[in-house]
Design a protein around this ligand. Structure first.
Ligand SMILES: [Mg+2]
Ligand SMILES: [Zn+2]
Length: 232
């Protein structure tokens, strides 16, 4: 791969659950260890009755006590999009900063990333650790919350993306809504794609990271102009 200079400063942001990971690890984890009882707070969060911090706290309360081994065995079943490694390599070759933004938990994100050889990625997520069979949380970014998120992605886009740079955001779900209002280019699938369509927000659809890698490479090489880049 040639190591050409970026034509314009581009900063990449991506969600983790259901975007980089195949399946929503956080949601499935609570569901599994609560025998489905976590669906109650999740539904309240989907209906905007509680914020995501309260949702995570209540989901954890529905879980039975678990061991570290059980937890790790569960996490290790999940896979990373096989095309993600080419995306990371592309970002490195063009020296594009890449930030992972998650309103989920560092506990499974870091484990899955490390196990799949992605040790050096920058992740902003809520923190959790297992203590005496229970999940113990800390909320490093809650002070910057919008009132709906525990770790609001809007705040990270605002602080990590200078005005003269182009932000590219990749996501799939409800926790990405705060990010897409800030992003110059949006890649969306599933819930987020439907939301963008309904609200007439311009986005690029994707099934996996290979489409995204190709499009970002075309943007960097000047083969594609920034979609929607002039509407902000
Ligand atoms: Mg997601
Ligand atoms: Zn938010």
């Amino acid at each position: 791969m040639t190591n050409s200079k970026p034509v314009k400063k581009i900063i990449l942001f991506s969600d983790f659950d259901g975007t980089i990971s195949i399946g929503d690890v956080g949601n499935r984890l609570f569901d599994y260890f609560s025998d489905g009882r976590s669906a109650v707070p999740v539904e309240r969060w989907r209906s905007d009755l509680i914020d995501s911090r309260q949702c995570l706290i209540e989901e954890a309360e529905t879980m039975r006590d678990i061991t570290e081994a059980e937890l790790n065995r569960f996490i290790d079943q999940f896979e990373i999009d096989p095309a993600f490694s080419d995306f990371v390599a592309m970002a490195e070759s063009y020296q594009l900063p890449l930030y992972l933004l998650s309103d989920g938990l560092d506990l499974y994100i870091n484990r899955l990333l490390n196990q799949n050889g992605f040790d050096n990625l920058t992740v902003f997520a809520n923190r959790a650790k297992l203590s005496n069979g229970r999940l113990e949380f800390s909320w490093p970014y809650f002070k910057n919350s919008c009132g709906r998120c525990a770790n609001c992605k809007k705040y990270h886009l605002q602080t990590l993306c200078p005005d003269d740079a182009v932000s590219i955001y990749i996501g799939d779900g409800k926790s990405d809504l705060c990010a897409i209002g800030e992003a110059d280019v949006i890649f969306a699938c599933d819930y987020l794609a439907d939301y963008c369509k309904e609200n007439k927000i311009e986005f690029l659809p994707f099934d996996n990271f290979s489409t995204i890698t190709d499009t970002v490479r075309d943007i960097v090489s000047g083969l594609t102009t920034i979609p929607g880049g002039d509407k902000r």
